[in-house]
Write a protein of this length. Structure first.
Length: 196
């Protein structure tokens, strides 16, 4: 019995050290050497100041910016500064989900001065599963061009060119769909606005 207990304790210590310390340390070193930007959160900086991660959605308000998908997690920003991720867990028959979607669609139509029955992109009215999706569809970005161009005093053509430049194809050409990273697009929009 003591021999079996001693073997069990030794095995626990060996595997804890191997899987809890050595393996994560080796993977961290490899990631830092091979993919340092990605391993550190794909952070974006402007003028030496951290502005966000291209992997986590940020809330952009006002007519001068492209808006991300709605977030059930409040874009993961809290008083603690720690990002959280969560969906709403509201099913397709949920009255609350229907209320949220209607309110989002109405706000979108109002902001774009559209009639009450005008179609709007689904990804601008439905929250993403994680609540932190940094991308919108190219259609959702194109939908917002006229509002952003008018608010910034830019030509629709200039804003359209910028949107088209930031459309990312499906990963490796076949995984997922084309998408636009909202943070990267808005940063480029600010730079283009400064240069004009």
């Amino acid at each position: 019995m003591i021999k079996l207990l001693t073997q069990s304790i030794r095995q626990t210590i060996v595997w804890t050290v191997f899987t809890g310390l050595l393996y994560p340390l080796v993977i961290t070193v490899i990631a830092q050497l091979a993919f340092p930007r990605q391993a550190n959160g794909s952070l974006l900086q402007r003028d030496g100041k951290l502005v966000g991660s291209e992997l986590i959605a940020q809330q952009f308000q006002g007519p001068t910016y492209f808006w991300p998908r709605p977030s059930a997690a409040g874009y993961g920003t809290g008083a603690s500064g720690i990002a959280g991720s969560s969906g709403s867990n509201l099913g397709p028959t949920s009255a609350q989900l229907q209320t949220n979607v209607r309110a989002n669609a109405k706000a979108l139509r109002d902001a774009h001065k559209l009639p009450a029955d005008a179609p709007v992109p689904a990804d601008l009215v439905y929250a993403s599963a994680s609540g932190l999706d940094p991308h919108i569809s190219p259609e959702a970005a194109r939908f917002q061009i006229s509002r952003v161009a008018a608010a910034r005093g830019m030509s629709g053509e200039a804003v359209t060119k910028l949107v088209e430049k930031f459309i990312e194809p499906p990963q490796w050409g076949f995984l997922g769909e084309a998408r636009v990273n909202v943070l990267r697009l808005n940063l480029a929009l600010d730079e283009a606005d400064i240069k004009k």
